[in-house]
Design a protein around this ligand. Structure first.
Ligand SMILES: [Zn+2]
Length: 124
């Protein structure tokens, strides 16, 4: 093997390592961003906010269709008071997976959990 071939091999090798490293970093960043569970809040079919479930809090969603008080606790979200008449949304209780969204039909409110892929790890 002559020097030129060795040098070519060296550069191909370096190039491959750089590609592998960037792919590695890319996947780590992606994995981290997916760890945080959050909810998407829709009113009348429009995404109005994305809220993290990592931090406990209580807040209101107040608009022309009605008012809902939302509570986040222990990475679970629930509607604890509502201006609607049937209160079905309150009876849905606490939600922490993307399987079924929290819905208040009269107030046109939908709360959908996202990024819950890590759920299996957390519950085992
Ligand atoms: Zn309701």
């Amino acid at each position: 093997m002559n020097d030129k071939k060795l040098s070519n091999l060296f550069w191909i090798f370096t190039f491959l390592i750089i590609i592998l490293l960037s792919a590695f970093v890319y996947f780590i960043i992606q994995g981290k961003s997916q760890q945080g569970k959050a909810v998407e809040i829709y009113v009348n079919g429009e995404l109005i906010d994305t809220v993290s479930l990592e931090k406990d809090r209580t807040f209101f969603i107040n608009n022309e269709f009605g008012k809902n008080e939302i509570r986040i606790k222990n990475q679970k979200i629930s509607i604890i008071s509502a201006s609607c008449e049937n209160k079905v949304c309150i009876s849905q209780g606490e939600v922490h997976t993307s399987t079924a969204p929290l819905v208040c039909v009269p107030n046109k409110l939908v709360i959908q959990v996202i990024n819950d892929e890590t759920d299996v790890d957390l519950t085992v």
